[in-house]
Design a protein around this ligand. Structure first.
Ligand code: MRU
Length: 370
């Protein structure tokens, strides 16, 4: 996406790879919307730490970061011994896999890269395959998001008010985004609409990231408190909901997404408002039998007990990032990062192969090459 800072526009991907320095290049998302900065991770451990610390976040973006991290770790191996190389790759894989638990994209991306790598007869060949496959994963992520735009754009008609939750925009992917793809495509087709961004406590990805993206893209929007959606729905002020996902179960159609998504799906159902989930194929988990088996990330209670923001700066310089305590000093908090929405609350899943009912996803697997 094009980012305009002080009147200068440049195209950026959220995640990319710098081959000469063998480093992963990331948009530092913790500083947004106050500062736009790119950072490089020097080795696979730093790449895994960037995922854990949420320098990069969002299912597709951490999928591509893990893919690049696997290539980065593989390329850093010195020697020709295939057995030792494979033990090293396993260590890299495990570090990246465990960086964050809920999104399935990193695991899907790395599994397909490792399957390709096994065709290489030497360490050097496997390193080259890992690099090429990671680049292809990132490009495919962009292509899938563009397809979501093509399939999802007709859902957004002129004058509509669309609600989205958290950030499933280009910052959550390599580019374009999933929930935002239909919005960007509808805008390109000349339609005018209004987006409500749930602020998405506790980390406020909606207020900080989605609102920033939409502002960059020139899409009319407003941030609302997480608790405001029900009121707006009851007054007929929301026409459509589109969200992303971190893991969709291919067998059942259950959708894991940022905490609060389930609440919005229940509300949308109560008010007969269409509720769509937009995903690339890498977000589908074909293994699990039930949403109860999805590993839900338990995050630090500090996120609930306080909030991060930026202090007033001087002149054009933004101030320092700072944490303020909101809750009673002696209280603790519980902070599940994601929830699971059942298929009966979902109108359709927007996929690169078209819009399907959640329980129809199974059909998709048969059409896939692998
Ligand atoms: O904790 P995050 O910011 O990595 O959570 C991911 C998300 O932003 C959302 O759950 C999003 O809606 C799906 S990611 C495409």
């Amino acid at each position: 996406m094009n980012v305009t800072i002080r009147g200068r526009s440049r195209h950026h991907r959220t995640v990319s790879f710098d081959a000469p320095t063998n480093s992963v290049v990331l948009v530092e998302q913790r500083l947004l919307p106050h500062r736009f900065e790119l950072v490089k991770t020097a080795d696979y451990r730093a790449t895994a730490a960037a995922i854990t610390d949420m320098v990069v976040r969002g299912a597709g973006a951490i999928g591509a970061t893990a893919a690049y991290g696997l290539a980065q770790g593989s390329r850093a191996f010195r020697g020709r011994d295939l057995v030792r190389f494979e033990a090293h790759v396993e260590k890299v894989y495990q570090a990246l896999k465990h960086a964050r638990p809920t999104a399935v994209d990193p695991v899907n991306a790395m599994n397909s890269i490792r399957a390709e790598m096994s065709a290489g007869g030497t360490v050097a060949e496997r390193q080259d395959i890992a690099f090429a496959a990671a680049m292809r994963f990132a490009d495919e992520d962009v292509r899938h998001c563009e397809e979501l735009g093509r399939h999802g754009a007709p859902l957004i008609r002129d004058g509509m008010r669309v609600l989205t939750h958290c950030n499933a925009g280009w910052l959550a992917f390599v580019d374009v985004g999933t929930a935002t793809a239909p919005m960007y495509a509808a805008q390109a087709e000349g339609r005018k609409f209004h987006v409500y961004c749930d602020e998405t406590r506790p980390r406020c990805q909606g207020a900080s990231l989605t609102a920033w993206e939409l502002a960059q893209q020139g899409i009319q929007h407003q941030v609302i408190a997480d608790n405001a959606a029900g009121f707006l729905m009851s007054r007929g002020e929301i026409d459509l909901v589109i969200v992303g996902s971190d893991r969709v179960l291919g067998k059942t159609g259950e959708v894991a997404n940022k905490i609060g998504t389930y609440t919005k799906a229940v509300l949308a159902n109560r008010h007969r408002i269409p509720f769509y989930v937009a995903i690339p194929l890498s977000t589908i988990d074909w293994e699990l039998d039930s949403g109860l088996q999805i590993p839900i990330e338990d995050r630090s209670g500090d996120e609930v007990l306080g909030a991060w923001g930026v202090l007033p700066g001087s002149g054009k310089r933004p101030g320092q990032r700072a944490y303020v305590r909101i809750a009673n000093p002696t209280s603790t908090a519980r902070n599940p990062g994601f929830d699971v929405t059942p298929p009966e609350l979902i109108t359709g899943i927007i996929t690169p192969h078209g819009i399907l009912k959640p329980r129809e996803l199974k059909k998709l697997r048969k059409q896939l090459p692998h």
